[in-house]
Design a protein around this ligand. Structure first.
Ligand SMILES: [Zn+2]
Length: 103
């Protein structure tokens, strides 16, 4: 089971790498989630995220055109997905970009 390498980036300068997916090695799934205090965006095991009741973001790359493997939503801000709430500036100006696949 593969996963996606994503990069979250905001106009304020906040930037972080994310890697949601399912790992054969650990037999677990990872999701994109905000930390409990919404101060950062992280990749965390799905079980832990639901146990901690973290606010998660569905992997936007799952909705990408499979032929292209790239964002089909958006259009502005260099075609990133979103916007999402930025953990840094607390504005809805965070976008997520496709970087690649991992397995
Ligand atoms: Zn921001």
């Amino acid at each position: 089971m593969p996963g996606h390498m994503l990069n979250a980036s905001c106009l304020c300068g906040y930037e972080t790498g994310l890697s949601p997916g399912a790992s054969m090695m650990t037999n677990s799934s990872t999701v994109i989630a905000y930390t409990a205090d919404l101060s950062d965006l992280i990749t965390i095991e799905e079980d832990l995220a639901s146990k901690a009741k973290l606010k998660t973001i569905a992997d936007p790359a799952l909705d990408a055109d499979p032929m292209e493997g790239m964002p089909i939503m958006g259009g502005e801000f260099e075609k990133g997905w979103g916007p999402y709430l930025c953990p840094e500036c607390k504005r809805k100006t965070l976008r997520i970009f496709f970087c690649g696949n991992w397995d």
